[in-house]
Design a protein around this ligand. Structure first.
Ligand code: C5P
Length: 310
């Protein structure tokens, strides 16, 4: 049983950022059903805020910014934030429980790891609430059990991810980017997109190889040179094949003068890249004129951090 430090607050709020994949190389499916990845993650300025307080049992309540549909987010024990809380208390051999309030600014089922952000934020918030002082190494290990993207949600910034995405290594990034983030009201299931990737591989429509991160992308990030032509996402053929309706939106985004248009992770969120904030704002205004929901997000941004202690 761990020794608990004196609690310093009755409520802790932690902010966690959305992730995108600047490069997502996917290999052939492994025996455990996961796919080997080499990816470059970047944290971008759309956030979920998670507030924890002591409670008589585990509970979670979820609210959202305008434009975010909470349709598929469970409010019971299946919520990944509760799974995170249980994993942390099990790690310390403690029987503590908490109330978890999630405020979502990251689209749900959008390919931006919103659930992973909530899990990571919950770990950091409970660790602080209860003065557990869990080591970074242990937090990363607990995060990796919860989901492939959760370790990156802890560290933020820009990082190379390998394994199934859970092995993360921060990399230098001096770029100052603006991402126009365009969600879609109908989400895509990440396992469903990976399964369809396998179907396309069986048909020979995609040929998964040993995944690798190109060194020219890492070099460009380090010195802040343009990266638009270096972006890639191996899940795009599967996602666009499942959802041909996304092609029309993509074509519109390609007319906005962005340096690149990219699918975010397993989609359906699409991303338009700008290095000039004025061009990004003009493009955002054009989307407003077309009645297309969007957010403008800076990148890279920090990982989980405490924003309020009461
Ligand atoms: O790890 P996480 O829970 O985020 O993964 C969700 C699902 O996405 C997995 O169950 C699996 O179907 C798929 N996935 C995969 N290969 C990865 C990561 C995720 O096939 N590297």
């Amino acid at each position: 049983m761990s020794q608990l430090a004196e609690p310093e607050s009755s409520s802790v709020t932690v902010r966690a950022a959305a992730k995108i994949n600047l490069h997502l190389a996917v290999g052939p499916v492994r025996d455990d059903g996961f796919h080997p990845l080499e990816t470059v993650y970047q944290a971008i300025g759309l956030y979920d805020d998670v507030t924890v307080t002591d409670g008589p049992q585990w509970s979670v309540h979820v609210a959202a910014d305008a434009g975010i549909d909470l349709g598929s987010v469970p409010e019971g024990d299946d919520n990944i934030a509760i799974r995170a809380g249980r994993a942390l208390t099990a790690h310390h051999g403690l029987g503590l429980t908490a109330e978890i309030e999630i405020h979502k600014g990251i689209p749900v089922a959008g390919g931006m790891a919103g659930g992973s952000a909530d899990a990571a934020a919950t770990l950091v918030a409970l660790d602080r609430l209860w003065g557990l002082e869990t080591s970074d190494e242990d937090l990363l290990a607990i995060a990796a059990e919860l989901g492939s993207d959760v370790p990156f949600a802890l560290i933020g910034g820009t990082a190379v991810g390998s394994g199934r995405g859970e092995v993360v290594r921060s990399v230098p990034d001096t770029s100052q980017l603006w991402w126009l983030v365009v969600p879609h009201e109908i989400g895509l299931s990440t396992p469903g997109v990976y399964r369809h990737f396998d179907v396309l591989a069986e048909r020979g429509a995609v040929t998964p190889a040993d995944p690798k991160v190109p060194s020219d992308l890492l070099d460009a990030l380090e010195v802040g040179e343009p990266i638009g032509y270096l972006l890639s996402n191996d899940l795009e053929p599967a996602a666009y094949d499942l959802r041909p309706d996304l092609a029309e939106l993509r074509a519109r985004l390609e007319e906005l003068g962005a340096e690149a248009v990219l699918l975010s992770g397993s989609g359906p969120t699409q991303l338009a890249l700008f290095e000039d904030v004025d061009l990004a704002r003009d493009a955002a205004a054009r989307l407003t004129g077309l009645g297309i929901l969007h957010w403008l997000a800076p990148a890279p941004v920090a990982g989980c951090h405490v924003i309020e202690l009461l």
